[in-house]
Design a binder for this molecule. Structure first.
Ligand code: MN
Ligand code: MN
Length: 385
């Protein structure tokens, strides 16, 4: 049965037009009305938009999906979203028992569990093993080159993976089955000290994702193995920074030490609220929208700015240092991840910058009155009402 949707009512109404008070004109078609309805600020941009800012949105719905027995995977990389050179993302589903096979890659892998549960395993270069069962809101991080595997538990799972290179491809990882298939059997026999017949049934190529048996419960005595640093983290167990319009949880190497190349913030904005005007002094921002609807304008200097609309399942991007805000434009909470190729999260608040600068100096720039200046807060409030 289909769930009743608030969107359905509001989006079935009159067709939006690329028309504002005294500019634009109606669109008699042909047109993709569904997309126009989802992107009102692209169809009729705010007057403050100007110039040529590159595309900063790509939806996983538009990404090629690789369907396998045991799950599926699709990716948004620099090939889909050319501006996104620092990070790449993969959206993956595993059935109960479904296995993303044992593999490694050149990039570090960060992940956020969206639905269900999975068992993750890894072994590091010093022979330390790691195993953990992760659920919704849990993270994992595997440093570059560290071999690992993921398997769906009883309820299956869906997660988003983020890699610290925009040109990563999930289809070019180093897989166990692929290597076996491309190694002479006599070499395998020598390596493992057994006869060649031990390998007469190995797969003829990479399996990538395949259906396995749901694994049994973890032994309580050693849920994590011997790895010196945990490869997983319970992000939702963190106490959020709460503000009037929502809340933020920040995870980077300060509270998840192994995650040295990816920093993240999980932002929740209430209806009518807004992620405040800010920028990041360390790197580009890669966003994944988990829930709700949002609108972002990116200020790119030189008199240029561009506005985009986002929904769950979309990827957004903000090039290094560009100013931006994100408004909740829906009737439900807006939840998204801000991700950075960095060992730490950092943002500069426009509000705080102005509050901590000489009142007279700010007034000389903006011609605002003293009353406004007195409302400025010295403490940062990442989400505002
Ligand atoms: Mn991987
Ligand atoms: Mn940001």
């Amino acid at each position: 049965m289909q769930k009743p949707s608030l969107d359905r009512a509001s989006e079935a109404g009159e067709a939006p037009q690329p028309l504002k008070e005294d500019v634009g004109a109606t669109d008699p078609g042909p047109r993709n009305l569904g997309r126009d309805r989802q992107n009102p600020d692209v169809l009729a941009p705010p007057d403050t938009d100007s110039g040529e800012v590159p595309n900063l949105r790509f939806s996983f719905s538009d990404a090629h999906n690789r369907l396998e027995e045991g799950g599926w995977a699709r990716e948004v990389t620099a090939r889909e979203l050319p501006v996104a050179t620092t990070l790449a993302g993969v959206n993956m589903r595993l059935t109960p028992g479904g296995v993303r096979e044992m593999h490694w890659h050149k990039e570090a892998e960060w992940a956020f569990m969206l639905d269900g549960r999975a068992r993750i395993t890894a072994v590091d270069q010093d022979g330390h093993d790691f195993i953990d069962d992760v659920g919704v809101g849990d993270l994992w991080y595997f440093p570059a080159g560290i071999p690992h595997a993921i398997q769906g538990l009883e309820e299956g799972c869906e997660f988003v993976l983020v890699f610290d290179d925009g040109n990563f491809s999930e289809n070019s990882t180093f897989s166990l089955t692929d290597w076996f298939a491309h190694t002479p059997k006599d070499v395998l026999a020598t390596n493992f000290g057994v006869s060649e017949s031990a390998f007469s049934h190995i797969p003829s190529g990479e399996r990538y994702i395949f259906q396995g048996e749901v694994p049994g419960p973890l032994p309580v005595s050693s849920p994590r193995g011997t790895a010196p640093e945990s490869f997983s983290h319970r992000m939702l167990a963190q106490e959020p920074i709460r503000t009037g319009g929502g809340q933020v949880r920040i995870t980077d190497s300060s509270n998840f030490p192994v995650s040295t190349t990816v920093a993240a913030a999980l932002v929740e904005v209430e209806p009518g609220g807004m992620r405040e005007l800010h920028w990041h002094p360390n790197d580009d921002e890669w966003q994944y929208f988990i829930e709700g609807k949002g609108r972002m304008t990116v200020f790119a200097s030189e008199g240029t700015a561009r506005t985009f609309d986002y929904r769950m399942g979309d990827v957004g991007y903000v090039p290094f240092a560009m100013g931006h805000y994100i408004q909740n434009t829906g009737e439900e909470p807006l939840r998204f991840l801000e991700m950075f190729r960095s060992d730490h999260f950092a943002d500069v608040s426009l509000h705080q910058w102005m509050a901590l600068t000489s009142c007279e100096l700010v007034q000389e720039h903006l011609h605002v009155d003293r009353e406004f200046m007195d409302t400025l807060r010295k403490e940062k409030r990442p989400v505002v009402e």
